[in-house]
Design a binder for this molecule. Structure first.
Ligand code: SAM
Length: 284
C-alpha cells in the first residue's frame, strides 16, 4: 500500500518505516536547535516529532517514560537528587516525582520550546511541573553536567533525542566521565539507547564501551516495547558508578505506592534479560 499525505511516516536507515494516520497538523516551528511538529493522529492521539523523528504519542508514551524513570530509581538504594538531561516534554519528570524519596528533580533541556509546546499540547505530561521538588532549566546538558558539583547527584537520566545535532555529545565518553564525577556513592545513570534490532552495533554496543571507558563499573540494558519508535522494540542502558546495577528497592517496587500503567516489579526483572544475539555482541 502506498501512503498519501494523510500519514506521518518516519523511516530508519532507509529500510524500515512507521506511519500514523494524521487528522491534522497542529503546529510546526523551527527553533534555534531543531524542527518541532505536533500532529493530531486518528488512532494514537497527539504526536510530537523533532527533526522528523517521533518523540512521543499520547497512546504509548507511558511505556517509555515509566521505563526511563522507575527501573533506575528502584535500582538505587536511596535516590534523593535526580538530574534529567533532555526530557523537555516532562513525561519522565512526572514519573520521577512519583517517588516520595526524591527530594529534588532537575530537568535540563536545551530547548525551552519543547517544554512550552508540551504544556500546551500534552498537559497531562506536565502535571508535576509545579511540584516544589521540580526544577526546570533550559541549558545544554553537556555544560550543565560539566559544572555540577562532584558527588552531588544520585541518578542521572539522559532522555535525549538521537545522537545527531545537539544530542550528539550526550553519547560520548567525555560526557559520561563528567556524569561519573557528578554522581555520588551508589550513583546510577540511565540513557535511552534505541533499538536492539537496528542500533545494536551503532549505539548500544558503543554506549556500553564508552560507559565502561569512562569508569562505570557495571552496565546493563533493559528492554521494552515502543510501538511508535523504529522497529517497535526499545532499550534503556543503566550504568553503575560502584558495584553492580542491582534491584535495591525491590520490596518497594513489589508494593508499588503509586499508579503505573506498565511498570511493576516483574516487568523490572524481565526487562533486564538479554537476548542471545545482543549478549554475544556486548561480550564480543
Ligand atoms: N523520548 C524521546 C526519544 O527517545 O525520542 C526523547 C524525548 S525528549 C523531547 C528529547 C529532548 O532532548 C528534546 O527536548 C531536546 O531538546 C533535548 N536535547 C537534545 N540535546 C540536548 C542537550 N545537549 N542538552 C539538553 N537537552 C537536549
Amino acid at each position: 500500500m502506498t501512503l498519501d499525505e494523510n500519514w506521518f511516516s518516519e523511516t530508519d536507515q532507509d529500510i524500515i518505516g512507521f506511519s500514523l494516520r494524521i487528522r491534522e497538523k497542529l503546529h510546526e516551528e523551527q527553533t534555534p536547535f531543531q524542527k518541532i511538529e505536533i500532529y493530531d493522529t486518528v488512532g494514537f492521539g497527539r504526536l510530537m516529532v523533532i527533526d522528523g523523528c517521533v518523540m512521543l504519542t499520547d497512546r504509548d508514551n507511558f511505556i517509555y517514560h515509566e521505563m526511563m524513570a522507575h527501573p533506575v530509581l528502584f535500582a538505587h538504594p536511596a535516590p534523593k537528587n535526580v538530574l534529567i538531561i533532555g526530557g523537555g516534554d516532562c513525561g519522565t519528570l512526572r514519573e520521577v516525582l512519583k517517588h516520595d524519596c526524591v527530594h529534588m528533580a532537575t530537568q535540563v533541556d536545551i530547548d525551552e520550546r519543547v517544554t512550552r509546546l508540551s504544556e500546551q499540547y500534552f498537559p497531562q505530561l506536565c502535571d508535576s511541573n509545579d511540584d516544589p521538588r521540580a526544577r526546570l532549566l533550559f541549558d545544554d546538558g553537556i555544560a550543565h553536567v560539566k559544572s555540577a558539583g562532584p558527588g552531588t547527584v544520585d541518578v542521572i537520566i539522559v532522555d535525549s533525542t538521537d545522537p545527531v545535532g545537539p544530542a550528539e555529545g550526550l553519547f560520548s565518553t567525555a560526557f559520561y566521565r563528567d556524569c561519573l564525577r557528578a554522581l555520588g556513592r551508589d550513583g546510577l545513570l540511565v540513557q535511552q539507547s534505541e533499538s536492539p534490532l537496528l542500533h545494536a552495533d551503532s549505539i548500544i554496543g558503543p554506549m556500553h564501551d564508552s560507559l565502561r571507558a569512562a569508569g562505570f563499573l557495571d552496565v546493563m540494558t533493559i528492554h521494552f516495547p515502543q510501538a511508535s519508535y523504529p522497529s517497535g522494540w526499545w532499550t534503556a542502558t543503566i550504568a553503575a558508578k560502584d558495584g553492580t546495577v542491582g534491584f535495591h528497592r525491590e520490596q518497594a517496587a513489589e508494593a508499588l505506592a503509586f499508579h503505573s500503567d506498565y511498570y511493576n516489579a516483574a516487568i523490572h526483572r524481565a526487562a533486564g534479560a538479554t537476548p542471545e544475539f545482543l549478549r554475544r555482541k556486548l561480550s564480543g
